[in-house]
Design a protein around this ligand. Structure first.
Ligand SMILES: Nc1ncnc2c1ncn2[C@@H]1O[C@H](COP(=O)(O)OP(=O)(O)OP(=O)(O)O)[C@@H](O)[C@H]1O
Ligand SMILES: [Mg+2]
Length: 278
């Protein structure tokens, strides 16, 4: 597998944000695009909501947002309006069909494809303001290792990498994980394998990737970065159907294999990351 590009100097020292109060912040990210991050974010949010968690999904893919499309929402106020001072953050928080909250970026926020100090501050402010009100905030990030993606991931205490079994997706996942270990000093990253062909595929793929990381990537502690397999989601025609109808899979076809897998993933996330007092 190829080496990741050198880290950009502006982000090399940025540690994962662990000092934000309130919600557990989980970045849902990937090396390659189109692997199912937005589908997983939206449906995982619905599954966690059903389990009694207070959930917000933030569309952190500022340049190429599509959470609104998947949820069939037509927001009047987006992050862009908040960032430019045209609207308050309260107005940008909207209710999604699954019973959770979302803040949408709106498509075509091309001016945010570059990370400026203003965008950083705005982004951080939004999360700091919202975190106390929720149990979990899912950041639906863009793909890859651009500054904007890495910055949004740096705001999360936990990272969930989505990858498919395709070699291109796995090579890109490896590159992204390597950058997260080096720039953000991550000791572990969580992984979900989407569009798995057979049960057990995801676990095998995760351990293969772990072996490569053990050979080539060492964290500050001297130990290899640990990849934690959180689950697999099977390739399922019902997913495409739900996306075409712009409905949540968990509402459209709750009993299909992919929906059941997402519910199981929600259970595992709740168990391992969201032990809530009261
Ligand atoms: N488990 C699955 N089974 C079948 N099709 C799937 C599955 N997961 C995702 N897809 C298909 O992949 C498409 C892309 O998914 P999605 O938009 O969530 O990817 P993404 O990673 O957010 O993309 P981007 O990088 O562009 O943001 C979906 O519209 C759906 O058709
Ligand atoms: Mg997406």
């Amino acid at each position: 597998m190829s080496d990741a590009p050198s880290p950009s100097p502006s982000l090399t020292t940025a540690p994962p944000a662990t000092n934000l109060q309130g919600a557990r912040i989980i970045a849902i990210t990937s090396g390659k695009g189109g692997v199912g991050k937005t589908f997983v974010s939206a449906n995982l949010a619905a599954a966690l909501t059903r389990r009694g968690q207070r959930v917000l999904v933030l569309d952190a893919d500022l340049g190429l947002a599509n959470l609104d499309v998947v949820l069939n929402l037509h927001p009047k106020i987006t992050l862009h309006d908040v960032f430019t001072g045209k609207a308050g953050l309260e107005q940008a928080v909207i209710a999604a069909p699954g019973g959770f909250s979302v803040v949408l970026a709106g498509s075509g926020m091309v001016e945010y494809s570059r990370l400026t100090p203003e965008v950083r501050n705005q982004f951080l402010n939004v999360i700091q303001t919202l975190a106390p009100r929720y149990d979990v905030i899912l950041l639906d990030t863009g793909a890859g290792i651009s500054d904007v993606v890495l910055f949004s991931v740096s705001l999360a205490s936990e990272v969930l990498i989505v990858a498919t079994p395709e070699p291109t997706s796995l090579t890109d996942a490896y590159a992204a994980i390597k950058v997260l270990a080096m720039q953000q000093k991550r000791q572990h990253v969580r992984m979900v394998v989407n569009q798995a062909a057979r049960p057990g595929d995801g676990r095998a793929i995760t351990s293969q990737l772990q072996q490569v990381l053990e050979r080539f990537v060492t964290t500050d502690s001297g130990r290899p970065l640990r990849l934690i397999h959180m689950g697999d989601i099977p390739a399922d025609l019902a997913v495409r159907d739900a996306v075409m109808r712009r409905q949540l899979l968990l509402l459209n076809t709750p009993g299909c294999p992919a929906a059941l897998a997402i519910s199981q993933l929600a259970g595992k996330i709740e168990e391992t990351l969201l032990t809530r007092a009261g």
